[in-house]
Each structure stands twice: as C-alpha cells, then as structure tokens.
Design a protein around this ligand. Structure first.
Ligand SMILES: NC(=O)c1ccc[n+]([C@@H]2O[C@H](COP(=O)([O-])OP(=O)(O)OC[C@H]3O[C@@H](n4cnc5c(N)ncnc54)[C@H](OP(=O)(O)O)[C@@H]3O)[C@@H](O)[C@H]2O)c1
Length: 230
C-alpha cells in the first residue's frame, strides 16, 4: 500500500465517488466525503467508521463549503488528494429546449461547485506545499455530443480551468483534468438509457482507477488524463 493519505471526494454518496471512498478507505487512507443524500452519508459513516468524515454539503453553496473546509482542515489538515467528482448531467434535449433553470443547475454544480471547493481547500494545500487536485472531466469535455450540450460545456470548462490553474500552482503540486472512462452509474443511465448496462460497473472500474489515481502527481500537472482502458 502507498503511504496513508487524506483524500477528499465530493459526491461520495454513489457512483464513482462512493466506489473511490470505499476502496481508498479499505486501503488505509482517510476519506473526507460530501454529498446531499443524508441516508447515503449515514450508511458510509456506519460502513467505513469514525476515522473518516462524511458531511452533508451542497458544493453550490459557497458558505457551506467554507464552513466544511474550516472544520475538515482543523480536524484532519489539508487533503493530499482533492477529487472534485460531484456533477450533474442535463436531461437529454437539444440545446434550444434546455430550460434556463436546468442550464443554471448544471453550470452551478459542475463549474462553480468545483471552484467553491478549490477556493476553500487549496490555500491550505499550497501552504503545506503539496497536493494533487483532480477535477473530473469527461470524453464530453473533449468533443461534443447531441442532447448533452450543457454537460459538454461544463466539462470543456473543467479542462480549460484546470489547465489554467495548473500554471498557477507552486512547484510540487498538480491540477489535472481526469476523465474516468465510461462506467455504469446513475449518471450513465441518464445519459445512455439501456445501453448504460454494457459498460463497466464501478466495482470493475475501481480495480484500475484506484491505483492509477494514487500514481498521479506533479509530473502530470496540467495534463489532460483518461483512466486507461475504462
Ligand atoms: N459515469 C461515467 O461514465 C462518467 C463519464 C465521464 C465523466 N464522469 C464524471 O465522473 C463524476 C462522477 O460521475 P458518476 O457517474 O459517479 O455520477 P453519479 O452516479 O450521478 O453521482 C454523482 C455524485 O455527485 C453528487 N452531487 C451532485 N450534485 C451535488 C451537489 N450539488 N453537492 C454535492 N454533491 C453533489 C451526488 O450526490 P448527492 O445526490 O448525494 O448530492 C453523487 O454522489 C462526474 O464528475 C461525472 O461528470 C462520469
């Protein structure tokens, strides 16, 4: 096992975030997780034990993220790895049929939520002089696809924003746009419908993804990376 790390994961209540939390905790790392689903957070606390922190935080709420960061940093210090994983996808529709409030929600969670978490956790990582920030991107952050234009727009934004941030960080740190591959989660059900079940389960994905993620560091700063084979 690698040295025990403190790993922060937004959107740890299901899908890839939960798979990462469960695997990294089993490997001896300390998990800081958030999401909005109280029952799922309670189950994670029961399953993984008191060494980890799972809090109800909506990443869109900058004040809530600020309070969460102050508490987490006081108790556990700055994270070694910050995984900005929480995201939404729009209900499939041509762009001109996407309601204004849905467009706002996708932008608020997928872009502004990521920035809120970066705003409140990164200064402590910079002060310590180490840490890796992984912002979950997508193939749809590299090329467009019909009926998911709002989601594509936010994942293109993740790529640009993360490349820019990579040039702002001090030496020894990294910001990396990370595409996980295609995995059968609730988000994929929404995006692909029945075809979603042909893809990897989070349990299969984690076998490749967990060691790969732990291997990312300053050498990959600013590189757009995809989990191999997924
Ligand atoms: N699955 C894929 O094939 C795939 C492909 C490319 C990229 N990705 C990216 O990988 C990441 C994880 O995707 P997934 O498939 O695991 O999605 P998912 O199953 O839909 O899970 C999304 C997670 O985000 C959390 N979340 C959503 N809004 C939130 C908010 N406002 N505040 C806090 N947490 C919030 C959800 O928790 P609550 O509901 O409890 O808040 C949930 O835990 C996303 O960034 C996604 O864009 C996935």
């Amino acid at each position: 096992m690698s040295d025990p790390k403190t790993i922060l994961i937004t959107g740890a209540t299901r899908g890839l975030g939960k798979a990462l939390a469960v695997r990294f905790a089993a490997e001896g790392h300390t998990i800081i997780g958030c999401g909005r689903d109280q029952n799922a957070l309670e189950s994670l606390r029961d399953e993984l034990g008191p060494r980890h922190l799972f809090d109800a935080v909506d990443v869109v709420d900058d004040d809530a993220v600020a309070g969460w960061a102050a508490k987490v940093i006081a108790e556990k210090g700055a994270p070694d790895i910050l995984l900005n994983n929480a995201a939404l996808i729009n209900k499939r529709a041509p762009l001109w049929e996407v309601p204004a409030d849905e467009m706002s929600k996708v932008v608020d969670v997928n872009i502004k939520g990521v920035v809120n978490v970066i705003r409140h956790f990164t200064p402590a990582m910079i002060e310590r002089g180490s840490g890796v920030i992984l912002n979950l991107s997508s193939g749809w952050g590299q090329f467009g696809a019909p009926e998911v234009a709002p989601y594509c727009a936010t994942k293109f934004a993740i790529e640009g924003m993360t490349q820019a941030m990579a040039q702002e960080l001090p030496k020894g740190m990294a910001a990396i746009p990370l595409s996980p591959g295609i995995i059968h989660t609730e988000m994929l059900d929404q995006a692909f419908g029945e075809a979603a079940s042909q893809h990897w389960t989070p349990e299969d994905w984690i076998e490749v993804a967990a060691p790969f993620i732990l291997g990312l560091g300053p050498e990959q700063n600013g590189e757009s990376i995809r989990i191999p084979d997924a």
